[in-house]
Design a protein around this ligand. Structure first.
Ligand SMILES: [Zn+2]
Ligand SMILES: [Zn+2]
Length: 227
């Protein structure tokens, strides 16, 4: 944007139309987001009196840790919905920025060898026209200077949306949904997803990565539900 364009068409907040410095959320809308504070050190579910939640103690997931800035609540739900279903691809920058801010607050943070966005089934990708996880991953990979691998893993099984299923159905729906197209030899991988509604999807993908010998698996997502 040049200076004339900036004066004529100043960047506005996508939620309230207030003029912002960047094409990002204004301060007011930013403070309306539900940031996660105290949470399980593995799956990032909000908990107050422990460091690991009951579900992770009962069955440790295949990933090591999930890093997530916000709960999937309004107004973030609105941004993600517009981004995915109304093809507002420039919203990806807001989502990447939120995730990057969270990553920058991590102690002893080691960069992964690569970022793998959760793949969509090819029919879903064709229908939507893009993969939301890839769009969120692109600016992050560029900023952190990490390889973005969106081709090694595919979702060969056409799955239903996990949010409409109960716990047992979720497992059945996603089991063996992913496969590797080539041998991967990463030691440390970050898997990027937009929203984690249950741990099943990212856990299934992590299970596959473990099979290929990946030692450290982090899940990076913009939002997660509370259950
Ligand atoms: Zn605003
Ligand atoms: Zn947990």
């Amino acid at each position: 944007m040049n200076i004339i364009q900036k004066i004529l068409f100043p960047p506005v907040c996508p939620l309230c139309d207030a003029i912002t410095v960047e094409p990002l959320l204004c301060n007011y809308c930013y403070q309306e987001l539900s940031f996660i504070d105290k949470a399980c050190s593995i799956c990032a579910i909000p908990i107050v009196h422990a460091t690991i939640c009951g579900a992770c103690l009962k069955q440790k997931p295949f990933f090591d840790t999930l890093i997530c800035p916000c709960l999937y609540k309004s107004p973030l739900t609105h941004i993600i919905h517009q981004f995915k279903y109304s093809k507002k691809l420039y919203f990806a920058r807001i989502l990447s920025q939120l995730l990057l801010e969270k990553l920058c607050t991590q102690n002893n943070f080691n960069l992964p060898d690569c970022i793998i966005p959760v793949p969509l089934h090819r029919s879903r990708q064709r229908e939507r026209g893009f993969n939301q996880s890839v769009e969120i991953a692109k600016p992050i990979a560029k900023y952190l200077n990490i390889h973005l691998d969106s081709t090694s893993i595919i979702r060969h099984k056409k799955t239903q949306s996990q949010s409409q299923l109960n716990a047992k159905q979720r497992i059945r729906n996603i089991v063996n949904a992913f496969s590797c197209r080539k041998n991967i030899d990463y030691q440390h991988v970050a898997v990027i997803d937009d929203v984690v509604t249950s741990r099943q999807t990212v856990n299934e993908l992590s299970k596959l990565l473990r099979k290929y010998g990946v030692k450290t698996i982090q899940i990076w997502c913009v939002a997660r539900t509370e259950h």
